[in-house]
Design a binder for this molecule. Structure first.
Ligand SMILES: [Zn+2]
Length: 239
């Protein structure tokens, strides 16, 4: 009898522990999403109605709601869906770009967070249909090498992901032609750092163009950077 009691007691403790772990995990994810959403708004990466952020936890997708300013997001506004985008928790309408997020998680099992913005400088490149690449800026070469441009897909439709799919498989940050930019990462901070860094680099490169164009590094100096990248690894490349 005592043995049975002990087993039941252990099972009960395990259940409570797992239940509490689930609750703490949810609180932690939502807290991180609120913090990163506010950073996105504070840094000018999103305007009042744009941009979206999601986090994957197993088969659960936490995502920001549609048309809610990221600067005023609270934890209770965050929507939870399954891997097909069906809402399982939350009272708000899910982000219109959820298909871009779901598709990204499906082709990148290593990814735990996706961010999409229309940040001004990166989006300027996207509108001009120009990928972000340079032979002049060591930070860009070392961190990203290249931020490719995926073909245009009508916003909020399946097309956005379908056109970007091949690029998302190989790159953590991708420009979406005539639309904006997206980044993926190991958590919301990682995805945010990449998108914020890409925006800063796009701004610097555009300013250099206004000053007559960035001066390219000598081939041997470029080679040094490529070697450095190969040896030291790239902090922004999570794969
Ligand atoms: Zn968009």
């Amino acid at each position: 009898m005592l043995v049975v009691f002990n087993i039941l007691n252990t099972l009960k403790i395990c259940y409570v522990k797992n239940h509490l772990k689930g609750i703490f995990m949810t609180v932690s994810i939502k807290k991180q999403m609120v913090e990163v959403s506010r950073l996105m708004y504070g840094k000018g990466l999103v305007n009042a109605f744009e941009g979206n952020l999601s986090v994957r936890d197993g088969e659960r997708i936490y995502i920001t709601p549609s048309r809610i300013c990221k600067g005023f997001l609270t934890e209770d506004m965050i929507v939870v869906t399954d891997m097909e985008g069906n809402t399982t928790e939350g009272r708000f309408k899910v982000s219109s770009e959820i298909k871009l997020h779901l598709g990204s998680y499906k082709v990148r099992p290593d990814v735990r967070s996706v961010i999409h913005t229309h940040s001004p400088y990166a989006t300027a490149y996207a509108l001009a249909n120009r990928p972000i690449e340079t032979r002049a800026y060591p930070e860009m070469i070392t961190f990203f090498e290249k931020i490719p441009l995926a073909p245009y897909g009508t916003p909020s439709t399946d097309e956005v992901f379908l056109k970007a799919e091949e690029y998302i498989k190989d790159y953590d940050v991708v420009l979406l032609a005539n639309h904006g930019i997206m980044g993926v990462g190991a958590d919301p901070y990682d995805a945010f750092f990449k998108v914020e860094s890409a925006e800063s680099i796009a701004k610097t490169l555009l300013l250099a163009e206004r000053l007559g164009g960035a001066k390219e590094l000598e081939p041997e100096k470029l080679e040094e950077l490529y070697k450095l990248k190969g040896r030291a690894g790239v902090p922004f490349d999570s794969r």
